[in-house]
Design a protein around this ligand. Structure first.
Ligand code: ZN
Length: 469
């Protein structure tokens, strides 16, 4: 815990137990198991994950009407799931399936005691409701500590959360404001940051001196840009910064590191899925938390992707028995890491690459082919001077590409010409079908998350016009 006193640590543990005494107590148990798991050999780790997986299927079959029906219809029993590959005997579960199944996805009996209702944020379309069991809630707490420990940060460090959206802060968080303060967690809303708010925000961070900071990539990045334009205003030295929930481009990472003065680590998790993967100190891919969440990456036809091949991330929650999610489609696109060698950090947990966007983030060419967002992400991947970009399909045969430069920079004309030509070639509607525009700011959507590609029909605010310096 950095420089915290023993009394602060005690207080921290006490408050954590008081606000969710069961999750708090279970978190301690999980923390021990996770520490062991991180040290285990790959064979031992696999064996434990498989035990958890078979247990989830067993309990789902016996206690959850939806899964009882799914297995019965396929003439399966939990015994047929002997290995990870056997999971593919079960169908994928989409958000629509969850809505249709309703309470048939809830476990009967004791599995639901203490479970809480939650819902996904609005950025993924209609919110989906789900239950979170005490065990899963505890695993989330323990997994946070585990990940920070990977960076040498002990539990209980002062944390600043920087979020970009009002909507994604559930009402229950308000009730936790004071407990959070006691826990050393400060929540700062970075939505619609203008210069005045940035200055206030910097002051709050200077007073609070967070040891760790986390938030949406976009929110972190926007604040970082203000900091770089106003040098000397932010005076903190965090041990680690964690970016989550969005694609993190190298330019954004570098800008956040320069502004905050600490290393940035990417993290992947979602409210409906729980923790999925996180970067270690080596920052060469994200390690999957395979004792909490089992991950598959699948092609459009449902078959498994080879390493390096981008597909949809499908998860199975290994510790959720109140409302099991087995082979749940996240809508996120990513790939398995191609490295043959184990990670230099010493962890043997499998690695996946950074997110490559969302399943719905693609444009459709006039000939009917889909071009996924990652095509454009690659065009911009090492582009100097670009803070962010957005590809908007504005008609069946027209693309509009917005480019927002980093503060004080103007991307090279060659880069813009290259993006225009490569995109036009890929889109196949003639050289003039794609326009590339410099803009002052791409206005974020209501959730504060940035989307790289807006498909045809998506609504979006007009960007702020470019003003040549
Ligand atoms: Zn590693």
């Amino acid at each position: 815990m950095g420089n915290a006193l023993p009394i602060e640590r005690l207080l921290h543990a006490g408050v954590r137990h008081a606000i969710g005494w069961r999750s708090g107590a279970f978190a301690e148990l999980h923390a021990g198991a996770m520490a062991q798991y991180d040290q285990a050999s790959p064979a031992q780790a696999r064996a434990r994950s498989l035990r958890l997986l078979r247990h989830v299927v067993f309990r789902a079959y016996h206690h959850v009407p939806h899964y009882h029906q799914v297995l019965t219809e396929r003439r399966l029993t939990p015994r047929d799931v002997r290995d990870f590959d056997d999971l593919r005997l079960l169908p994928l579960l989409g958000r629509d399936d969850i809505r249709r199944a309703g309470s048939a996805l809830h476990a009967g009996g004791r599995s639901r005691i203490g479970a809480r209702k939650d819902a996904t944020g609005g950025s993924t379309g209609t919110p989906v409701e789900f239950l979170r069991s005490v065990t899963q809630a505890a695993a989330i707490i323990a997994n946070e500590d585990r990940t920070w420990r990977w960076y040498g940060v002990a539990p209980g460090a002062r944390q600043a959360l920087i979020w970009g959206a009002d909507r994604d802060v559930p009402p229950t968080e308000d009730a936790l404001r004071w407990p959070n303060r006691l826990l050393g967690i400060r929540r700062l809303n970075a939505f619609a940051l203008d210069d005045d708010r940035c200055a206030i925000f910097a002051g709050q961070l200077n007073d609070f001196q967070p040891e760790i900071i986390y938030g949406y990539a976009t929110a972190l990045h926007r604040f970082a840009q203000w900091t770089q334009a106003n040098p000397g205003r932010l005076r903190i030295s965090p041990l680690a910064i964690r970016s989550s929930a969005e694609v993190l481009l190298p330019e954004a990472r570098a800008s956040i590191e320069a502004a905050f003065g600490g290393p940035v680590f990417d993290y992947y998790g979602a409210r409906d899925c729980g923790p999925i993967a996180g970067e270690c100190r080596a920052r060469d891919g994200m390690h999957v938390y395979t004792d909490v969440t089992w991950v598959e990456i699948v092609r459009d036809d449902g078959s498994p992707c080879a390493p390096g091949e981008v597909g949809e991330v499908v998860i199975t929650k290994l510790l959720e028995h109140a409302m099991p999610l087995i082979r749940y489609r996240t809508g996120d696109r990513a790939a398995w890491h191609t490295g043959e060698q184990p990670c230099s950090c010493g962890l043997t947990l499998p690695r996946m690459t950074q997110l490559a966007g969302r399943v719905g983030d693609f444009v459709v060419t006039p000939k009917g082919a889909s071009v996924h967002g990652e095509y454009f992400t690659h065009l911009f991947y090492h582009a100097a001077g670009v803070a962010r970009f957005q590809v908007r399909q504005v008609a069946a045969d027209r693309l509009r590409i917005l480019v927002e430069p980093s503060p004080g920079q103007v991307p090279a004309a060659e880069l813009l010409a290259y993006v225009q030509q490569a995109s036009a070639d890929k889109f196949g509607a003639g050289p003039d079908a794609v326009t590339v525009e410099l803009v002052r700011q791409i206005v974020p959507g209501a959730t504060g998350k940035h989307r790289f590609v807006l498909p045809l029909g998506a609504t979006a605010a007009e960007p702020l016009a470019w003003m040549p310096q």
